[in-house]
Design a protein around this ligand. Structure first.
Ligand SMILES: Cc1ncc(COP(=O)(O)O)c(C=O)c1O
Length: 350
């Protein structure tokens, strides 16, 4: 750390994203990207972008895109929507808008580790509510002292959804901002997006990185009561979503139906991979996402398996974190990719 850097950053580790190997002959099941391409119409949208559009700044409020999102997701109007440079930026705006220095954020554990990093960077206090052994949220819910509660539905990295009766209990009894991170919800049977109309303190986060196969585009959005969204507007950078991303987002939403087939294929491959991993002796919670958490209590260790797979150019995610030391998070790839993974796993563990 340089002598100029603020003291607060002294003991803070930045977020470590999953590896993005340069080689192309790898099986990449480590960052929950979608193995299928985005709708073909996106290429057309890219071709239609003019140099004149690039010369000028983008629409700072991304009006057309926000209107389209409101329409597709049955939200009253664009005042309920904020778009960002991926959901990661939405999370950063969220924390800077609703939590002051030294105030507390609560999240369930284990969860998306970026939450804690962002809280630390912002100088907030951060506390975890541990999920039970099956990765379910269980009472008592003692979060009243917090300003913001982060719930990932379905959860990452377990893939386990939060059932409506639990979510209802939380939303009906908590007064702070409740952010429900629905990054993976298109692979799940139920979403809480419509709850923003009922609960004025609930904000939903969504991303185009997973079901839409557009991780490289960086587009996410928040849906919530217009009063909250207008607070968040104050904090965002003026031109936080570029011209290309706005145009691609609109085109993706116009072709929303095209992602459905890929989602169904991923769900079928998820069932196949879960069953095969269980046959190999992994414990695999039922996931409603595009990944599985494969828990391994045998030898070699999960970390060794991860490293051995990497030697074979197969990338999965290993988190050296409490409760995840014995686990690998595996993105659902194509059936062929998953079969190659399974063949290699069998060799490694037998
Ligand atoms: C739970 C969760 N929330 C948010 C994100 C961020 O999504 P984005 O790619 O839109 O920044 C991720 C990315 O993997 C995630 O796993």
């Amino acid at each position: 750390m340089s002598k100029y850097c603020v003291q607060r950053l002294n003991n803070i580790e930045g977020y470590t994203p999953g590896e993005q190997p340069k080689e192309t002959n790898v099986i990449k099941l480590n960052t929950n990207e979608n193995p299928f391409p985005p709708p073909i119409e996106i290429s057309q949208a890219l071709k239609e972008i003019t140099l004149e559009q690039l010369r000028k700044y983008p629409d700072p409020v991304a009006l057309e895109l926000r209107k389209k999102i409101a329409h597709v997701y049955n939200i009253p109007d664009e005042r309920w929507i904020l778009v960002g440079n991926g959901m990661d930026e939405i999370l950063s705006i969220l924390i800077r808008t609703f939590v002051d220095y030294h105030e507390t954020i609560f999240a369930t554990y284990p969860t998306y580790s970026l939450y804690e990093v962002l809280a630390n960077l912002h100088g907030c206090k951060f506390q975890y509510h541990d999920l039970d052994d099956h990765f379910n949220i269980t009472p008592p819910f003692t979060w009243n002292s917090s300003k913001l509660l982060l719930i990932t539905h379905p959860n990452a990295p377990s893939g386990v959804p939060t059932p409506p009766e639990i979510m209802k209990e939380i939303c009906s009894n908590q007064e702070q901002i409740i952010f429900i991170d629905e990054a993976y919800v298109d692979f799940c049977d139920f979403s809480y997006i419509s709850w923003v109309k009922e609960y004025p303190n609930v904000i939903i986060g969504r991303t185009f990185s997973k079901s839409f196969s557009l991780a490289g585009v960086r587009l996410g959005f928040a849906v919530g009561n217009p009063e909250l969204i207008s607070d968040m507007f104050k904090v965002k950078d003026s031109y936080n979503v570029n011209v290309l991303t706005q145009q691609i987002g609109i085109k993706a939403l116009e072709n929303h139906d095209h992602i459905t087939n890929h989602i169904e294929t991923i769900k079928a491959t998820r069932r196949f991979l879960q069953e095969e991993l269980q046959k190999l002796g992994f414990i695999v919670p039922n996931s409603q996402t595009n990944f599985l958490l494969a828990i391994w209590n045998g030898k070699p260790s999960a970390e060794e398996i991860y490293l051995k797979l990497k030697e074979k150019n197969i990338f999965v995610r290993y988190f050296p974190m409490r409760r995840l030391e014995n686990a690998l998070r595996i993105t659902i790839g194509t059936k062929e990719q998953c079969s190659i993974l399974l063949e290699n796993l069998l060799k490694i563990i037998s």
